[in-house]
Design a protein around this ligand. Structure first.
Ligand SMILES: C[S@@+](CC[C@H](N)C(=O)[O-])C[C@H]1O[C@@H](n2cnc3c(N)ncnc32)[C@H](O)[C@@H]1O
Length: 353
């Protein structure tokens, strides 16, 4: 899966342990799904998952990993991806924008993105198969990019991986049907009732669309107007999220909490966000019984690699390397200390199992 700010890759076993501790959970809404890896792992547990995110690239990831049924698509996807991977590069808008005017990818890989994406568009595929092909392309491009994992800047000198050939792989599809939507969280939250809703909203000023604008343009293939050194889509300026602003995050979070209909909530929050943990505890406590587990977590990828200016030059040294990811459990029957410890130590537990 792609490098992603705030991805819950390392927290997945803890989330799964949390879900496992809840009685009678069959349907789940992952309201801010990002890479869709949480939805994917809950689908693997046999739950019926709905994954939602307001960005088109995230909705493509959710369509591929949560909605698409491997039994329906795997063989077709294998054939399609082999056919796409065999195409020769054909430089076009993508190469001109992200390899010549900016330097996110080597031109030979940019030309492969142009050729493969144009072919996907020309094929007029069914939406689930198209999402599988797009995810395969985004993930292949992510493996050969020349960034620190964020698309607000590219590296001054090419990253060694950028010289590798962009190569498509078949995404890990799972059997069973789920649902993916590309809606504002409030609209998705209101749609129906679930046994469980998982909430992992943005918690600071980093705009996901601004940081992953290249994936948005690959998925939309709308060849938008772009600006600045990073060639961001101009609509990044208009399509902000209330969760990225200090002034609006609290009312936005409260509105989502009022809108969701579920027996249980699991909420991820970080101790370094705009919204203090005391405020989060207060808001969640209004909804029902509240239990909490703190998990030490390496900081986001950009932070671990260093601090860079928009030209990709290192300008500072990162501070402490760990923060705490908090998992809040709302509305659940009281868990005893052993169960909470199991959730906090889930990584070890998962390894033993
Ligand atoms: C912390 S990330 C989620 C990460 C995800 N759990 C994962 O493991 O990859 C937050 C996500 O919320 C999405 N988002 C931000 N504001 C939103 C809104 N108002 N409605 C829906 N999604 C939103 C962003 O696009 C981003 O993907």
């Amino acid at each position: 899966m792609i490098k992603y700010l705030g991805s819950k890759r390392r927290v997945l076993p803890h989330i799964a342990a949390c879900v496992g501790a809840l009685p009678h959970v069959r349907t789940v809404l992952d309201l801010f799904s990002g890479t869709a890896r949480v939805g994917h792992s809950l689908k693997r547990l046999g739950l019926t998952v709905h994954a939602n995110d307001h960005n088109a690239y995230a909705a493509a990831l959710a369509t591929c990993y949560v909605q698409a049924d491997a039994r329906r698509w795997l063989r077709t996807a294998e054939r399609l991806i082999a056919e796409l991977d065999a195409l020769s590069g054909e430089p076009g808008w993508f190469t001109a924008t992200y390899c010549d005017r900016a330097r996110f990818f080597r031109p030979e890989n940019g030309a492969r993105v142009d050729a493969i994406r144009s072919r996907i568009a020309a094929l007029g595929l069914e939406p689930e198969l198209e999402a599988i092909a797009l995810v395969s392309l985004i993930e292949a491009a992510d493996r050969v990019d020349s960034t620190v994992g964020l698309q607000m800047a590219y590296l001054k000198s090419w990253a060694p991986r950028a010289y590798n050939r962009l190569t498509l792989r078949v995404p890990e599809l799972l059997p069973g049907r789920g649902k993916a939507t590309c809606l504002d969280a409030l609209d998705a939250a209101r749609a129906r009732r679930y046994d469980l809703v998982y909430l992992d909203p943005p918690y600071n000023q980093h705009s996901y669309l601004g940081n992953y604008h290249v994936w948005e343009s690959v998925v939309r293939w709308d060849q938008p107007d772009v600006y600045g050194v990073a060639m961001k889509r101009t609509d990044v300026k208009e399509r902000g999220s209330a969760f990225n602003r200090k002034r609006t995050i609290e009312p936005a979070f409260r509105a989502v909490l009022d809108a969701v209909r579920a027996r249980y909530l699991i909420v991820s929050f970080n101790d370094e966000g705009h919204l203090g943990l005391e405020t989060v505890r207060g808001l969640l406590g209004e909804r029902g019984s509240l239990q909490e587990v703190a998990i030490a977590h390496p900081r986001y990828i950009g932070h671990r690699i260093g601090i860079y200016n928009p030209a990709g030059e290192k300008v500072g040294t990162p501070g402490h390397a760990r923060n705490h990811e908090h998992l809040f459990l709302v509305g659940a029957p009281p868990l005893d200390e052993r169960a909470l410890e199991r959730i906090a130590g889930a990584e070890l537990h998962a390894r033993i199992a």
